[in-house]
Design a protein around this ligand. Structure first.
Ligand SMILES: *Cc1c(COP(=O)(O)O)cnc(C)c1O
Length: 396
């Protein structure tokens, strides 16, 4: 008996599912350097262009000068410093919730929250295309775990009828690989009928969505009585790192007492919290970033439709081009790269089998001219992709 990793790896390669990490040699921006090549990128989640913003950088530098570099300990020991506390208060005010709790990553926030709220004898119901961290959290919780059909309130209702114990309904706000919005009003209504709680992970909604960037709950006008558990991540629209859970006083105290991924880890560097305080200010006040982004989204959808690409039902900065076959998705990505454009192919198991895609993401940092460059390249490449001979040429 031994670990046959060679076979496992070669099978993955044969299935066109092998992953490679593009080596980024410049900061996040539309124009990047990757593996020695200058490229125009459309695959970052830095939707508002804050990851490399001078004022956010300065806030982090000043934060490090004042607070040092490391968090030093867990929040419960001696790692909860003034910038963490101030950021939690600002995030509570921003989300209109009584309190917020800061985490080092979204993955951990999701594991912590779901496992602290439900366990054996309870039920957790998840959208079948939820982010991996939410699905993992549901499985880890030990609660009865069931997935309902994507964004389907009737399918949720059906599962709610069979639920036992405390029941937590879990959904992405903006679905990370499709870009569509959870039908929160309908999901809320079903959850309320059964006294279930609704947890919304709006990693991709905070920043781009809502009048002041407050995400899907601001978009739909939903309060604490509708969405009891609201999660946001800080590494996407906010441009920094970490995550937060917002909700009632009791929810936050429960997490501090019982959420193991919160308790047994070092706090994030305080300087990161200083940077996020600045990016939160820019995210809320600079509405022009959302306006520009919405213009780019509308233009992309119009241009893509003219080329005949199959887009998904999304008005968010996530604009996937559906391909289906993993090998063809990789080929289109490679053809774009030859033309100086970086758009990553997303393949199973990140997305369901047979739904490989190019996940185009737009940012307020993109110019209209850069978007036209993408559309021109897609117009060139798309017809070539359909022809089998040229696919072989790309392989050779
Ligand atoms: C990216 C993402 C996460 C993970 O957040 P990190 O801070 O990157 O760990 C969680 N949920 C969703 C929906 C995400 O897209």
């Amino acid at each position: 008996m031994s670990f046959d990793l060679t076979t496992r790896l070669s099978e993955r390669r044969t299935a066109h599912l092998y992953r490679q990490r593009p080596h980024l040699q410049s900061p996040q921006a539309p124009l990047v350097r990757v593996d020695g090549q200058p490229l125009l990128a459309f695959c970052s989640n830095d939707y508002l262009g804050l990851a490399n913003h001078p004022e956010v950088i300065t806030a982090m530098q000043q934060g490090a000068a004042k607070w040092g570099v490391g968090g030093g300990a867990s929040h419960l020991v001696i790692g909860h410093s003034s910038p963490h506390h101030e950021l939690e208060e600002a995030l509570a005010e921003f989300t209109g919730r009584p309190r917020a709790l800061l985490f080092s990553t979204g993955y951990m926030a999701n594991l912590a929250t779901v496992t602290a709220l439900v366990g054996r004898g309870d039920t957790v119901l998840e959208d079948r295309v939820n982010h991996a961290s939410l699905l993992d959290a549901g499985l880890l919780s030990g609660a009865r775990f069931s997935r309902y059909l994507h964004n389907d309130a009737a399918s949720l209702a059906n599962r709610l009828d069979k639920a036992s114990g405390n029941c937590l309904v879990v959904t992405d706000g903006v679905f990370s690989m499709d870009g569509d919005l959870a039908d929160l009003p309908a999901l809320c209504a079903e959850a309320k009928k059964k006294d279930a709680w609704l947890l919304v992970d709006d990693a991709h909604g905070f920043g781009p969505l809502g009048a002041t960037g407050g995400g899907i709950v601001e978009h739909f006008g939903l309060g604490l009585e509708d969405v009891q558990v609201l999660i946001g991540t800080l590494g996407k629209g906010f441009g920094t790192a970490g995550a937060f859970v917002a909700g009632s006083e009791e929810l936050i105290e429960t997490l501090i007492q019982f959420a193991r991924p919160y308790i047994y880890t070092t706090s994030q560097p305080p300087a990161v919290a200083c940077a996020t305080l600045k990016s939160l200010e820019l995210l809320r006040s600079e509405g022009w970033r959302r306006e520009h982004l919405n213009k780019l989204i509308a233009r992309f959808r119009q241009g893509a439709a003219e080329i005949g690409l199959s887009l998904m039902d999304s008005f968010t900065p996530i604009q996937p081009i559906l391909i289906g076959d993993s090998a063809r998705a990789l080929q289109l990505s490679a053809m774009l790269r030859e033309r100086g454009l970086l758009v990553t192919a997303i393949r199973p198991p990140t997305v369901p089998a047979g739904s490989a895609r190019l996940r185009v993401t737009l940012s307020a940092a993109h110019s209209e001219a850069q978007l036209e460059q993408l559309l021109e390249a897609l117009a060139d490449c798309w017809p070539l992709l359909a022809v089998p001979e040229s696919m072989e040429a790309v392989h050779a």
